[in-house]
Design a protein around this ligand. Structure first.
Ligand SMILES: [Zn+2]
Ligand SMILES: [Zn+2]
Length: 262
């Protein structure tokens, strides 16, 4: 038995040495190249974009809508407007108190989210989570929340993709912040892609798309919902409605990206 264990640990040690060796050879001959400019990537923190391209990500700044987190458009020649609730949010009852998006859904960030969602590059969830940690969590206190909840995917989409991108981000945030990960929402309606729909159509389509799992206990809890991209806030608002219906005290949202307000 002892000999067998020695043999197994020797084998796993040589395997890990072998995989490290392969990794260093790979870095030497097949270095990671930036998906935007093609330059060689020198750090292991982000294997998809170089530091120069990553630095072009446009962070969300005030003034912005507190409910959906999208920045108000600045019109040349006019003073920047105050932070106020945008038209789309003003038209609907809001179950979300505040949305904090790290950056605009454009350029390198849009490409990064595309790699995560449609090209199976799940490791990019790590630098995307770091982007949230370095921007949003500078302003808000993780201790103000009892749990972090990912926006769920419908099971057929989850089967196709293999993972839920929002859940990867939620797990990364929980690991760094020491927060409680509570994946208690289920998506019961598989809605078609939203991108061509107006705000009212989005709200109609997403209605009753989510349920909380039967044993979910969110009574009096302050929750933080995680989504990859917030567009009009219809999805996160519907998730928040279900969580509030289940007894949650409050729901805030954190997202990697916010769509531009037109
Ligand atoms: Zn680059
Ligand atoms: Zn809004």
């Amino acid at each position: 038995m002892a000999a067998l264990q020695t043999d197994i640990s020797a084998r796993s040690a040589s395997r890990s040495f072998a995989s490290e060796f392969v990794l260093s050879l790979k870095n030497l001959f097949l270095p990671a190249l930036c998906h935007k400019c093609g330059e060689r990537i020198l750090t292991e923190e982000n294997l998809y974009f170089c530091e120069t391209c990553w630095a072009t990500i446009d962070l969300v700044r005030e003034p912005k809508c507190p409910r959906c987190g999208r920045p108000h458009p600045r019109r040349p020649g006019f003073e920047a407007p105050e932070s106020f609730v945008c038209l789309e949010c003003a038209e609907q009852k809001s179950w979300v108190e505040r949305t904090h998006a790290a950056a605009l859904h454009a350029g390198v960030l849009r490409d990064a989210i595309h790699l995560l969602k449609y090209r199976r590059k799940r490791l990019i969830a790590v630098p995307l989570s770091r982007l949230i940690l370095e921007t949003v969590f500078k302003e808000i206190d993780a201790a103000a929340y009892d749990a972090i909840i990912p926006v769920p995917l419908h099971r057929s989409r989850l089967r196709r993709r293999g993972y839920n991108q929002s859940d990867l981000i939620a797990r990364n945030l929980c690991a760094v912040l020491g927060a409680t990960h509570l994946p208690i929402l289920k998506r019961v309606k598989d809605t078609a892609s939203f991108s061509m729909l107006g705000a009212q159509q989005r709200r109609n389509q997403i209605k009753d798309a989510f349920r909380t799992v039967p044993d979910a206990n969110v009574k009096k809890k302050r929750l933080l919902l995680v989504d990859d991209v917030v567009t009009t806030g219809a999805t996160t608002n519907e998730c928040a409605r279900m969580l509030r219906k289940a007894g949650a005290q409050s729901v805030d949202v954190v997202s990697v990206a916010a769509a531009k307000m037109l």
